[in-house]
Design a binder for this molecule. Sequence first.
Ligand code: UT7
Length: 323
Amino acid sequence: MIRSVVRGFGAALPKQVMSNRDLESRVDTTDEWIVQRTGIRQRYIAGEGETTASLGEAAARQALDRAGLTVADIDLIIVATSTPDNTFPATAVNIQHRLGMSHGFAFDVQAVCSGFVYAMTTADLYIRGGMAKRVLVIGAETFSRILDWSDRTTCVLFGDGAGALVLEGQQGTGAISDRGILASKLRSDGAHREKLYVDGGPSTTGTVGYLRMEGREVFKHAVSMITDVIEATFEATGTTADDIDWLVPHQANRRIIDASAKKLGIPLEKVVVTVDLHGNTSAASIPLALDTAAADGRIKKGDLVLIEAMGGGFTWGAVLLRW
Ligand code: UT7
C-alpha cells in the first residue's frame, strides 16, 4: 500500500517578538498570570509586509530545500488557515504563485486550530487515492490581525507563524512499522461554534471581525476530545501510549497539553512543547513544533509521532505517523 511519508519540514516566524511584559503595557495583565495559566512567555507578531501567504511561502521553501525538491516535484498545495490574505482566492493559490508553480492545484482547509490535522489527513487521502504524488502541507496564520487588542482574555494567547511539510507517496507494507501516516481521526461538532468564533465575515457583517472565546468552556472540553481521537488512532493501529516516541500537540495551553499527556500515560519527556515561545498560532502550531523538534534532532527518522489538535467549531483530530 501507498503511505504518505514526510520528506521535508520547514517553518517561518515574523521578525517581531512580543513578550508578556510588552503586553503588560497594553492590557491589564501580568507576565505571572499568563505564564501560570497558559505557559506562554512570548509570541511573534507579523509586521508590515508579513502576511499569512508570505510566512507560508517561507516555510514551504525551507521544507522543499530540506527535502531536496523543487516546486516542479509538487502536485498539490494545501494550506490550513483561518487568517487568509484575502477572503478569496485561497491563500494556497497565492503561495503557489509566489513559489513560481503554475501546474497542479492548490486549496485551503479551514478547521481553525485543527486545520493542520485536517490538511495532513486530506493530503494523505489525495496521495493514497492516486491524485497526487507529493503534497506541500502548510499551516500558516496571522491571528494578531483578528485579535481585539483591548480584550485581555484573548489577546495574550495568540501569535503568528507558519510551518510546512512535504508529504510523498511511498510504497509501504501495510504494517505499522511503515514510515508515513498510519492513522487519522477527525471530528467536529458545530453545536459549540459560538464558544470560539470570529464576530464578522463576508456574508454576515461584511467585515473581518475579531476573535471571541469563552476560554473556560473550551478548556472544559479540550482534554476529553483530544484523548478520544488519540485513543481511536491507537485502536485503529493496535498501538498504545508506550509505543509513542513523540506527542506533538496543538500548542494552545501548557495545562491542556500536560493534562492530555497525563490522561494518556505519555511521559512529559516525550511531549514537544513550544507554546512558551510561539503562543497559540492555531493551524501553524503543530508544523512549527514539528519543525522545532525535527531540526534540533529530537524527532528522528523512524520515530512514531502523534499529532493532535482541538479548536474552533469545535473541530478536533489526531494523526499517527512514523517520521
Ligand atoms: O486553540 C484552541 C482553543 N483555545 C484554547 O484551547 C484555550 C482554552 N482555554 C484556556 O486556555 C484558558 O481557559 C484561558 C487561558 C483562556 C483562561 O484561563 P482560566 O484558568 O480558564 O481563567 P478564567 O477564564 O477562569 O479567568 C480567571 C480570572 C478571571 O478573573 P475573575 O473573574 O476570577 O476575577 C479573568 O477575568 O483571570 C482573569 N483574566 C486575566 N487576568 C490577567 C483573564 N484574562 C486575564 C489576563 N490577565 N490576560
